[in-house]
Design a protein around this ligand. Sequence first.
Ligand code: PA5
Length: 468
Amino acid sequence: MSIRLDYTNMMSPPIDGGITDAEWRDVGARFAEAHAEVERERASGALGFFDLPDDNALHRQTLDFVQRARSRSGADALSDVVVLGIGGSALGPIALRTALRPPQWNLLDDAAREGQPRLHVLDNVDPANISALLARLDLRRSLFVVISKSGGTAETMAQYLVIRARLNGALGDAGARERLVLVTDPQKGALRAIARAEGIAALEIPANVGGRFSVLTPVGVLPAALIGVDTGALLAGAADMRDRCASNELSSNVAGAWAALQYLADTKHGRHVQVLMPYSDALRDMAAWYVQLWAESLGKHRTAGDAGVGPTPLGALGATDQHSQVQLFMEGPGDKTVTFIGVTDREGDVEIPRLHADIPELAYLGGHRLGELLDIERRATAGALARRGRPNMTLTLDRVDPFHLGALFMFLELATAYAGRLYGVNAFDQPGVELGKQFTYAMLGRADADAARREWDLLPKPDPKRIL
Ligand code: PA5
């Protein structure tokens, strides 16, 4: 079994004020309905993320492109891949690199990377970061992967324009085109139009897959394959998890069970903040990926103008955040759940030497392993939280590898789809980000933003009395 969930510490007993057996029984019926609704949507063709693990044609196209890119040789041999994207178009590639390549991948020399390229992800438009990267890249040996489902996101288009001008200037138009690949909707958007007009290589994000559910499309699979990740195993792990979650019974649907626990904790027990805390540096960026998925999918109005629903996701890292956030989790407001992620087999575990045997603060550590210390600290923190009546649960992965990562991505995507139904919101849209985008367009003078400009002009202006 690829991922196990232990939710003992969510329930009452042992947790005072935890989820009761009666609530758990009741939510089972509600979950069966949510599951049926998700299955209906899937059957209608709206939820493309379910079928990505079986899309061999898309995977093959991606791997063919990778083969071509990696066959570049001599002064053109590929040394650096740069992803341009934001939100769901960037967080997946970052999580995959951190989890599935050795630590500090981009700092390793060519031999240690076994000739695979470095992977940079520009997920913002902060000029300091972009300029610093451009200053040290060999453009001739780089590949720029421009990722945008809509094909028109302001930040990604701005990045593209900056990079395109640099490429054109350094390598000419033809040279620039050869160093670009556009990952976008099959039909719509500006990137698709550019790909068609200029014959630039392009890969598809299927029309029925939205940004934050797209990590198993070329959005995540292309960058991962370019740096040597076994993407077949990634997709196999996702398929395995999906098939394991076919049941409409909570006792045999692990993603459904996690979603239902979080839903009950939020709506019946005031646990509005939901922390994901892996005890593995390799999984630290999975927490950021989860935060976007859970926040953008579930933080919504049910009906226009209502107060809004949705848990607040928070990322943390064990053991590091035991020295930062855990004080808050233990004694701050009782408004949180914590989901720990443990890993059973850790590659290259290190024994702690038996030195300073005469100093009690050090002597007890000798002879244990660092991975063992990390796991013991996770169990100790879970126990301490439980002792204080703070609900928590633990996901355990056998190991961090492509198969288990694929399973974890699918687990969280399925849980999000189910949670959307439990909350009664559409987990697949994000209308709340639209107004800010429109105001941005208005201030930048975009031609179709007149209405937003008028709305912007009606907003209260900064009050000098309130500026210190
Ligand atoms: O999940 C989403 O839909 C968003 O977070 C998008 O990924 C993000 O806004 C970027 O959009 P796009 O991929 O269209 O550039």
